[in-house]
Design a protein around this ligand. Structure first.
Ligand code: NAP
Length: 313
């Protein structure tokens, strides 16, 4: 058999992808993981993970992912740190995956490509990306030592990032568009109790502006959504933490996607509409979006793939 033919091709390398690889490896399936150029998924840009069972003292996101990776490798999965360019699933088995001028084939595919941070999509945001606008406090917080910054959002990410930024920034403003938080109560309380954090409710950023001479952010026009009034709010950094979009571009037109473009799977399973193709983790989960649930669905996908492969042999 062609050396580029595998029992299972796994696309993506967050908790779902690596867990699927661990299970597939242990099931003696010839497995390859296309990890993507930025391997490890969203936990690579997370600080401390406090709620992953087995780590009562918490663990750094990148450290946790390194452990997942090692375990996947230990059981024989081949790991390739590259982006998949094309996935040919519609014509059935063998499925074809292309990258770097090479073709890989398999009898089953597990999609675990995760999700990517969303931006506000206002023109001035694009202009100042990397010059004061960021979607990753963990990556860029360090550059805002003794500066005043804002976090946009009312979810766990916004709370977590606001708390993280207090290590560097002189003040952290949370701009949220209503007075109800999606974030867990404990995270909101922690942020509210931090003297460096101030909440501004019913607020949206209308425009981001900068200093003409330095080209970096110097403030925002902040809108109150109750009466549409706008005020100038001087600050040096804007961190956007308003959720994520699933990474499903490769599969558009091949798999069924829901209205938010998440891959649709059979209820309670990871099976997609194409026999032999499974989806696990954030790419098919708009609801839980946790490392532990992603890992769980990675295990489910591997078990389903194993049973599927048995059924066709
Ligand atoms: P999220 O829970 O979907 O929250 C997104 C927030 O952004 C919401 O407050 C939303 O406001 C706001 N928002 C969305 N679009 C906006 C826009 N265009 N302008 C202004 N605000 C906007 O996303 P997340 O915080 O990234 O969390 C995702 C998942 O990861 C959740 O399940 C969360 O529990 C989990 N997570 C957990 C931890 C942890 O446990 N330590 C840490 C991070 C994330 P509305 O509420 O008004 O819609």
């Amino acid at each position: 058999m062609n050396e580029n033919h595998y029992d299972v091709i796994i696309i993506g390398s967050g908790p779902a992808g690596y867990t699927a690889a661990i299970y597939c490896g242990r099931a003696n399936l010839k497995t390859i993981v296309f990890e993507g150029m930025q391997r490890g998924g969203q936990l690579m840009i997370t600080t401390e993970v406090e709620n992953f069972p087995g780590f009562p003292e918490g663990i750094d996101g990148p450290q946790l992912m390194e452990q997942f990776r090692k375990q996947a490798e230990k059981f024989g999965a081949k790991l390739v740190t590259k982006d998949v360019e094309k996935a040919q699933l519609l014509n059935g088995r063998p499925f074809k995956i292309e990258l770097g001028g090479q073709e890989y084939t398999s009898n089953s595919v597990i999609i675990a490509t995760g999700a990517t941070a969303r931006f506000l999509n206002i023109p001035s945001e694009e202009k100042y990306k990397g010059k004061g606008v960021s979607a990753c406090a963990t990556c860029d917080g360090f550059f805002f030592r003794d500066k005043e910054v804002a976090i946009v959002g009312g979810g766990d990410s916004a709370m977590e990032e606001a708390l993280f930024l207090t290590k560097f920034a002189s003040k952290v403003n949370v701009f949220h568009r209503r007075d109800f938080f999606r974030a867990s109560k404990i995270m909101v309380e922690r942020a509210q109790n931090n003297p460096k954090i101030e909440f501004h409710l019913f607020k949206l950023i209308e425009e981001i502006y900068g200093d003409e001479s330095t080209g970096v952010v110097s403030g925002v026009k902040l809108k109150d959504v109750r009466d549409n009034s706008i005020v100038d709010f001087p600050l040096q950094g804007v961190f956007v933490a308003i959720g994520h979009d699933p990474n499903t571009k490769l599969f558009e037109g091949q798999l069924d996607l829901d209205e938010k473009k998440y891959i649709k799977t059979i209820e309670g399973k990871t099976r997609t509409k194409i026999e032999g193709v499974f989806a696990a983790g954030d790419v098919q989960d708009d609801y839980y979006r946790q490392a532990i649930t992603a890992a769980g669905s990675g295990a489910m996908a591997a078990i389903e793939a194993e049973r599927f492969l048995e059924s066709i042999n």
